[in-house]
Design a protein around this ligand. Sequence first.
Ligand SMILES: Cc1ncc(COP(=O)(O)O)c(C=O)c1O
Length: 450
Amino acid sequence: MKLSDRQQELLKRTFLDYRQTMDFLENPLVFKSAKGLYYFDIEGKKYFDAIGGIFVASLGHCHPRIIEALRKQSEIMTFAPPLHGISDVTLEFVDKLGLVAPGNLKYVKAFSGGSESVESALKFARQYFKQTGHPGKYKFISRYMGYHGSTFGAMSASGTGHRKTKFEPLMTGFPKVPNPNQLRDRFSDWQECNRFAAKLFEDVIIHEDPDTVAGIIVEPVGNTGGIITPTQEYYKILRGICDKCNVLLIFDEIITGYGKTGNMFAAQTYDVAPDIICGGKGLSSGVIPLGAMIANEDLSKAFLGKLGSNVEFAHGNTYAGNPLACAVGIAVLNEITEKQLDKKAQRIGKYLFNKLEGLKKYGVIREIRGKGILLGVELVKDLKTNEPFDELGKALKQTAIKNGLIMRIDPSWFAVAPALIAEESDIDEMYGLIEKSLKDALDSVKKVNK
Ligand SMILES: Cc1ncc(COP(=O)(O)O)c(C=O)c1O
């Protein structure tokens, strides 16, 4: 892609997320428009969006029903100040999200994105324990390789070393445990590995002292690290540990929510009830910034009191519960439930999974994993040693873009999560691009190594 001098200058005056601008300038990508399953760049080139932007455009880009909901609300009211009141549409959103959330998770607060939702869940949990007789409970245990956001609390809970060290020291009280994938080569049995990995949380809680631990926060299916997909038993064990130790189980469903895993939430896919769910990304299908914290209604009672009782949740954001964002969120949830798109994700996900299995013939794929249409493919140099194939992933980043394909690649795995509007024929097209890009990447790696 050719950029004008002005565009190049402007690029130096901003930054891309977690990306070196000078590297980007060598191979820039400037989007112009998007519709359904496709992006178009400023030169008119078309890209198949295999990942909903970045796990966001869950119903595809510019979905007419969502755009119409946004337009309608924009003629009524675009902002209501959360300090003085709440909009009727925000209340409708609270009801709608509570209805589709698992169990008794009906206490809902809308925010502007994932990090805000995580940040508020951490604060909510700490304040909850402070005013229910456990003021010493403040720590959160999470997993290495997990990512929970860019703000200080969410970053402290994240287990992505190099992304955090630049900002250390981070907040104290965020011990980590390895995720099951990090331990798998020490076990011959994946189930056993998961049992061990889950029980590590209990070990940490005991040694940290349960009276100091407020929560466990995990992504049910972990994106960073390559769509890490623990067993169902793993989450049953976590739930049991939390109940035993009076610790809240927080699911970061910013990626996994809104149908991708085959149910509205991964909590339902795993049949486990967390105490809090954090949402973002696909909740608005990318039409407007929107996130949400969804908590068990029983917890919310600790925040209901008379004037002067000082038990109100001491937290707020100007754009929290924004009426435009809530109108969009309602439209997204209605579309998913009315068209049963979560169930469709099971069918299309199976179809996609079987197609991806076809890539194994190239001898560089250790595993394909995930739930529903949220799938990851792990690249290895050698199927005997399972050495990660970073060079291949790096080459794939370039060949995918060249072939008009957007995926998440980092670097020894890639993830796909096409929008829930995708049909089998779209998956065929997407798979064709993936296979071609992988073949091209293999060729380019071979050339370099010659
Ligand atoms: C699992 C997970 N949690 C939290 C976040 C943070 O969300 P946001 O970027 O909307 O603040 C992300 C973003 O990528 C995420 O993937």
